[in-house]
Ligand binder design. Sequence first.
Ligand SMILES: [Zn+2]
Length: 300
Amino acid sequence: MIKKIISCAVVAAVLTACSTVSMTGRKQLNLVSESEILSASLTEYQSYMKTAKVSTDANATAIVKNVAQRIAAAAEAYLTVTGQTADLQNYAWEFNLTQDDNLNAFCMPGGKIVVYSGMLKLIGNGADRDDELAAVIGHEVGHAIAKHGQERASQQLLQQMGGSVLGAVMGGASAQTQQAIATAYGMGTQYGALLPFSRKHELEADYIGIVLATIAGYDADAAITLWQKMEAASGGANPAPFMSTHPSSTKRISELQKAIPKVKAEYGNVSQPATTTATKTTTKKAATASTKKGTGFKIG
Ligand SMILES: [Zn+2]
């Protein structure tokens, strides 16, 4: 009987701990508080930056910072117009280019964005350089704003703690929660080489990435050429951390090809506000009021 009561309480607690990824409408489990995830990820980010070699290439750094600022501004605009203003306070954006030949990039919860020089090298200096970089950074910021880290830590917590998860939900910060966050991010062992996200998370981040890139004024088609370059570079045998092993790049490309025309139609004329906390730089598009049919996406 007692066991039954506990399991019902757990179910009830878990149900109330569900949230929704607004850009895709998917329900997700969230047992980890914002403050816990932010403080744990900030610590890990600071540790990474202490050991990382920050790029001394001023030109390349400026390229990354410019694109990252615009994607961050698009993310803030999106959160604002969709009423998720409470989440805005969680972001204190930082943009970095680190000297590392690996094909990788990440965005920690709280908006700490890092692009590895290897990724920039792969993209090259063609006309679509910034568009492809926007696809990379948009994807990483997509993981952050969809709170994939919290979700993964929550799943970890549920697995670790089973029936006593209620204690974690009700009790706030705990050693178990900290451990779950650390495990979910692969922190402490492989800085900057976070555990691959699930197939579902990767596809969702791909989608959010092209939405953010489009809002920021970049050409979402560049996500396709980026993945083609990634596929060619990895040779299929040893995928880069950014790619993860699942889903395959063929699957990602076909999903992107389906989504891009719809995203362009839906978000293509949406402009960013002139100023956000993320950037004061001039954006490609003027800040004009715009309402997109079907999305409730309005900026003014
Ligand atoms: Zn990813």
